[in-house]
Structures are given as C-alpha cells and as structure tokens.
Write a protein that binds this ligand. Structure first.
Ligand code: MG
Length: 223
C-alpha cells in the first residue's frame, strides 16, 4: 500500500493555471480539478531537456490538454496529443459516457476534433500542441524517438489500454514520467484496465511520485 502523497502546487504553476480557470470550467471532460492540477504538476516536475516531447493519449475535447499544454508551453516543450476523435467505446451511443451532441450528423460518427481544436485556440495552445488524429498504436509505429512524459487516458477497455501501454511506454526515456488516469484499485469504483497498467508499470521500473484521485504518476528510474 502506497502512502498518500500530499500535492503542493508551486506558486508559479498556480499562477499559470489560474489564467485558465474560466476555460477549464467551460470545457467538457472527465478530469476533476484536483487531478488536473496534479497532472500539470507532474509535467512541471519534468526536468528533461525541452526537445524531449510529452505525449497524451486520448484528447477528447481537451480538458486535460489545457493542464498539460499550459505547462508544456511554459517549458517550450512540444505536446503531442493523440486521438482518433471518434470517441472511446464508453463514449458510443448506448454507453455510460455518450454525449449525443458530439455525433456528426453527416457521418453518424462521434467527432471531437473540431471542439478539441477550438479548446486549443481558446487556450492559446495551438503552437504548443501537435494534434495527431490517429489510432495510438498506428501512430506509435510512425513515431520514433524518446518521449519524456506520457499520459495514458485513451480507451479504457483491457485490450485498448494494454495496446496504448505497449505502444508508448517503451518510448519513455530514463527519468521520464508516466501518468495514468482512471486508476481504481477498487473494482466497484471503476474499470480495472488502467489499474492493471499502473500495477504493471510498478514492476517494470517505474516508481510512484503522485497519487491524486484516480490519477497516478510514476517516474522511470531503471530499465
Ligand atoms: Mg480519464
């Protein structure tokens, strides 16, 4: 059992995020503010050179991207946000997190891309965030090189989550961070796929640095 970590947001980071409050409140998503701040802190703590990019798997409309992008912009670090923008399984019609207003009436499919782009525009992050409209596994094959920070918040099914992990975690450089959202040790509180990734990372050379709500952040300390 890992002891709870006290999250303390440095003044400079608090100031940066304060400027985003209105937009954060107005943006749809599944990221409580305390977890968003902890996510921003995780990237803020990344002391790797700023040519080592950060990667987010699962953009949706960009709520978590506001938190990460605000820090990435300050670090002058590229943030690559990967999403096919057709919604995860749990966002589809008939599932728990479906929002019918996000269905494109022409294609009949979910489309979060234009809203994501709007969020980046409003957050003045269009120059910081590289939008990758792709399946994460496919894109990973075309993405060589190391990454300094990875946030996994894509498909929450067992197979999708494992694929995201296996496609991207090996790209994290020594001293880089892995953040995973929706980690619920208690199955009564949520699906187990992210929790399985978290457990796997802990036995594959990652050490936990932040736990806030269902967010877990770990640092890669050894191969
Ligand atoms: Mg999530």
């Amino acid at each position: 059992m890992v002891a709870p970590h006290q999250i303390e947001i440095p003044k400079e980071l608090a100031r940066l995020l304060a400027g985003r409050q209105e937009l954060i409140r107005a943006t749809k998503g599944f990221m409580p503010q305390d977890e968003g701040k902890a996510l921003a802190l995780a990237l803020y703590d990344c002391d790797l050179p700023n040519d080592v990019p950060a990667v987010e798997i699962g953009s949706y409309i960009g709520l978590s991207t506001i938190y990460l992008g605000t820090v990435a912009k300050e670090q002058m670090r590229p943030l690559v946000s990967v999403d096919h923008h057709r919604g995860s399984q749990e966002n589809q019609a008939g599932w728990e997190y479906h929002d019918p207003t996000l269905v494109d009436p022409i294609s009949g499919k979910m489309d979060t891309l234009y809203l994501f782009r709007r969020t980046l525009e409003l957050a003045q992050l269009a120059d910081t965030v590289i939008i990758a409209v792709a399946d994460s596994q496919t894109f990973a094959k075309a993405f060589s090189g190391e990454i300094g920070f990875l946030f996994i918040d894509g498909g929450h099914g067992i197979d999708e989550a494992r694929t995201d992990y296996e496609s991207w975690v090996p790209k994290i450089t020594q001293g880089g961070h892995l953040a995973i959202h929706d980690v619920f040790p208690d199955p009564a509180l949520g699906g187990q796929a992210p929790f399985l990734l978290y457990q796997r990372a802990l036995v594959e050379g990652f050490r936990e640095t932040i736990a806030q709500g269902s967010l877990r952040v770990m640092r890669k300390d050894s191969k």
